[in-house]
Design a protein. Structure first.
Ligand code: FEO
Length: 169
């Protein structure tokens, strides 16, 4: 059984994951509007992944006898100056989410909630991947600079992304 403190904290994280999904959907719309279809696809897949994160936590709360309480999702920004600005914002956002996940782990340890701690380890690992993939794209965009050909090649590469829900572990 989840205690109230842990339940509230996971509920807050469900909101943060839903906001992440909303943010990436806003970035997807931005890329659609500037005809960078591959980057739009990448963002669409990322938005689905965040929704998956939220649902994974949602299911866990119920599994542990808790109650999910949904709250308002904040309005995401809608415009960015360059693809580099977008992906830098992704990286910064993921670094922030890593901090939130670490705070949740710390709370689970303080509360001696071993089941939640084990559950959260999946997210700890996931955040390493999330930060690494955003960081790689930021590096590539810096290398590309203002080279339009490079941008089109990267757009094409990012458009190959598909969303495959990770196995429940
Ligand atoms: Fe749900 Fe991108 O972390």
């Amino acid at each position: 059984m989840l205690n109230k403190k842990m339940e509230q904290a996971i509920n807050a994280q469900i909101n943060a994951e839903l906001y992440s999904s909303y943010l990436y959907l806003a970035m997807c719309a931005h890329f659609e509007s500037v005809s960078l279809g591959g980057m739009a696809t990448w963002m669409r897949m990322q938005a689905q992944e965040e929704l998956f994160h939220a649902i994974k936590m949602y299911d866990f709360v119920h599994e542990r006898g808790g109650k999910v309480t949904l709250s308002a999702i904040a309005k995401p920004p809608g415009q960015w100056k360059t693809p580099l600005a977008v992906f830098t914002a992704v990286l910064e956002h993921e670094q922030k989410v890593t901090g939130l996940i670490n705070d949740l782990v710390n709370l689970a340890l303080d509360e001696r909630d071993h089941a939640t701690n084990i559950f959260l380890q999946w997210f700890v690992t996931e955040q390493v991947e999330e930060e690494a993939s955003a960081s790689t794209i930021v590096d590539k965009l810096k290398l590309i600079g203002t080279d339009a050909n490079g941008l089109f090649v990267l757009d094409n590469e990012l458009g190959q992304r598909v969303f495959t829900p990770p196995p429940a572990a």
